[in-house]
Design a protein around this ligand. Structure first.
Ligand code: SF4
Length: 356
């Protein structure tokens, strides 16, 4: 019999940090379901740092799986067959032995509803043959499993951090491993203030002098990754691109407009994305936003082939909703994207012209 995690009482839930109580939350790659929180793995980069949940080292449930699925599919941001979903990507590890039955319960419930949404499951745990069989029985959902390789054996770090896991040997091993996967994404570290504090408090060498809200991949490191993966036909800069590619679909985040992302993409995939690329009108943007009360102040600042630039949204979540509803990049005027940096932080990049 699988063991399930304990269910928190209402009083215990009320004592959680506010953001931890937000069980359904739009994050960049999709609508994220997190009714189980807590993890015994001490990944130094864990996003739990930013939610006031770092000390929660045992998984706990805030509600039943059935309630959580109901909350997800009835959420105003959820669009059947459209919205990409991420499961347990914020506060726990979906294939911890105790969390695993919940992961399957959620996936099977969504699948029984005949939903065809993408569901991304990111894990650094082991998969068993039984897990694979069970996943293969799902009929409708487009499930993608994302495994991570850090190359660092004394600390469980996953992203590329210069000086820690970017030697030629690391990159060669990453390339060898990538041959087992349908697609590979390379990414940097979300090095935010909370994570920087943790590095300092634990005597870890600080990889960067500043913190930034986007992931960090210095330019020279990107060039070395591309060289190491020169033999790969399925390397991507964006998770959504890799996920879409393995399902034979155009990128659901509409990155095609940001053309410099696509120069490493297989030609057949470029054609797929090109065929699906639709630049919305300002009216379409406003119409799409109309269902969201928090998007009432939306102002369309500019629309180009690359992206729509908007202002007036207090939070990032409605912007992600618009992006997925339209399959087109929607940027906030307060956070300009720079050409060739691929939505990544400025740290480690020489000045390059900007056109967004
Ligand atoms: S063509 Fe561009 S947007 Fe489409 S999957 Fe490839 S890299 Fe991503």
């Amino acid at each position: 019999m699988p063991t399930f995690v304990p269910l928190l009482s209402k009083e215990q839930i009320d004592r959680l940090p506010e953001r931890a109580r937000e069980v359904v939350e739009y994050r960049k790659s999709g609508l994220s379901l997190n009714h189980i929180q807590g993890c015994p793995l001490d990944c130094a980069y864990c996003i739990r740092h930013t939610y006031g949940l770092w000390d929660q080292d045992q998984p706990r449930a805030l509600m039943t799986d059935a309630e959580a699925v109901e909350q997800l599919v009835s959420h105003r941001y959820f669009q059947p067959h459209v919205t990409p979903v991420q499961l347990f990507n914020r506060a726990t590890e979906p294939f911890l032995p105790k969390v695993r039955p919940h992961t399957f319960a959620v996936l099977e419930d969504l699948d029984e509803r005949e939903l065809t949404n993408h569901v991304l499951v990111i894990t650094r745990h082991q998969m068993k043959p039984d897990d694979i069989d069970r996943l293969n029985r799902l009929r409708y959902l487009k499930v993608t499993l994302l495994f991570t390789y850090s190359g660092i054996d004394n600390k469980d770090w996953r992203p590329l951090v210069p000086g820690l896991n970017d030697s030629s040997e690391h990159l060669a091993t990453a390339y060898e491993l990538s041959r087992q996967a349908d697609a590979t994404v390379f990414t940097g570290l979300f090095y935010r203030d909370e994570i920087a504090e943790y590095y300092k408090a634990n005597g870890l060498p600080e990889p960067y002098g500043g913190t930034a809200r986007r992931k960090i991949v210095p330019e020279t490191l990107e060039q070395r990754v591309l060289a190491a993966f020169a033999g790969s036909a399925s390397l991507f800069r964006k998770t959504s691109c890799a996920v879409s590619y393995v399902h034979g679909l155009p990128d659901y985040n509409g990155h095609y407009g940001i053309q410099e992302l696509c120069d490493i993409c297989p030609l057949s995939q470029v054609e797929l994305c090109q065929g699906a690329h639709r630049v919305p009108t300002a009216n379409q943007l406003r119409d799409t936003a109309r269902v969201l009360p928090e998007a009432g102040g939306l102002i369309v600042v500019d629309i180009t082939d690359r992206a729509a630039v908007v202002s007036g949204l207090a939070r990032e979540q409605p912007r992600y909703y618009l992006q997925h509803a339209l399959g087109f990049q929607v940027h906030d005027v307060r956070h300009p994207h720079h050409a060739n940096r691929h939505g990544r932080a400025d740290i480690g990049w020489k000045d390059t012209p900007t056109d967004e």
